[in-house]
Design a protein around this ligand. Sequence first.
Ligand SMILES: Nc1ncnc2c1ncn2[C@@H]1O[C@H](COP(=O)(O)OP(=O)(O)OP(=O)(O)O)[C@@H](O)[C@H]1O
Length: 385
Amino acid sequence: MPQVQLSAVRFDYPDPVPAATGLLSGIDLDIADGQYVCLVGNSGSGKSTLLRLVAGLLRPDAGIIRIGGVDVDGVPPHRRDVAMVFQGDALYPHLSVARQLSVGRAKTNARDSARLSDIVRFTRIEGLLDRFADGLSGGELKRVGLAKALIRNAGVRLLDEPLSGIDASHRQTLADFLTEVHQRGGGVTLHVTHDGQEAVRVADSIAVLHDGRIVQKDDPGVLLDKPEHRATCRLLTPWGLNEFAFASASESGSNRIELDKLSDQDMDTTPTVCILPQAVSVECIESSSTPMPANVRPTLQRIGGDRWAIVGNLVRRASNRFTVSLPLHTHGRSDEGDTEALLRFNVAGHDEATKSAEPGRPVRMVFANDAVHFFDADGWRQDTH
Ligand SMILES: Nc1ncnc2c1ncn2[C@@H]1O[C@H](COP(=O)(O)OP(=O)(O)OP(=O)(O)O)[C@@H](O)[C@H]1O
């Protein structure tokens, strides 16, 4: 039963980059036996560090790590039933790839040989078996490192960015192979990636690491429908996420919400509104109407109980991608006057109204309730709107 549990795990390197909370400041993560979990987070958020803690290459400052229900504090890496693929894989430079794959392995039986040849085929390293590690490209090293880890047949597979540096045409096959290895081998796979879309494709469950904690762990569908933290939204919708500062709601409640430009310094300290680009339709307001004036603050308006609309000027369309500009005030700097700030708003529309929209005209974008998410100043979901 190689389930993996981290409880209140804290870790900082001895000379940490100054941070308010520390690198890993209280990780709670529960991975059941049989689960394929992707850990997503920004670069530098501590994903590789977390894998190293589970592997036993680092020791937590506080908290407990259990593998198969057993506290593994003080248990060395080779006694933890884990196999790890590192980002920059460490291979022996003076050994052929074929020898690297057999290092540390007892004599194989027929079943092991069949497994080995599957791994060699799916990682596409047949042509590399006689080569030495120090002559391999980054992508080739990655595939050999992956093969070496998978051959170990451990109960816990720790994969650090296993698909980065792999050709686009091979990524899907290799991703499918990783899930197949997981299904056949059982146990736990913990796969680190900064690519939210990769995570959605391969994982049973996605854990989002932000600010030293796991802010959400759930089925990919749940994360996409109900992101509990804006980090989830940002990581799982890296392209085309429309994010604004929440400027104000009207007195009558929350049916009209004024938006503002989200500046880089306000990214993590102000209430925000995220609008997903999926399932948005763009309607022409009137073919003869002139573009919207620049001094109108963009307003998100509820239309009916389950849809929202916002008006902007269509500036460009390419295939189904639209760029709509919203004239914005500069957030919090009213003393500087109404600076016209244009924001690109990308949508993916498919219906007839969307197809007839022409650049240079005002348009109304309409989206369903579940495409709009509100977050408080600390980034947590607000369901009151
Ligand atoms: N040995 C070390 N000593 C000191 N600081 C380190 C060490 N290794 C990593 N760090 C720092 O700890 C932070 C987290 O690093 P880590 O590699 O865990 O992040 P990551 O989320 O995996 O990033 P990426 O996605 O860019 O690989 C980074 O700021 C990194 O510079």
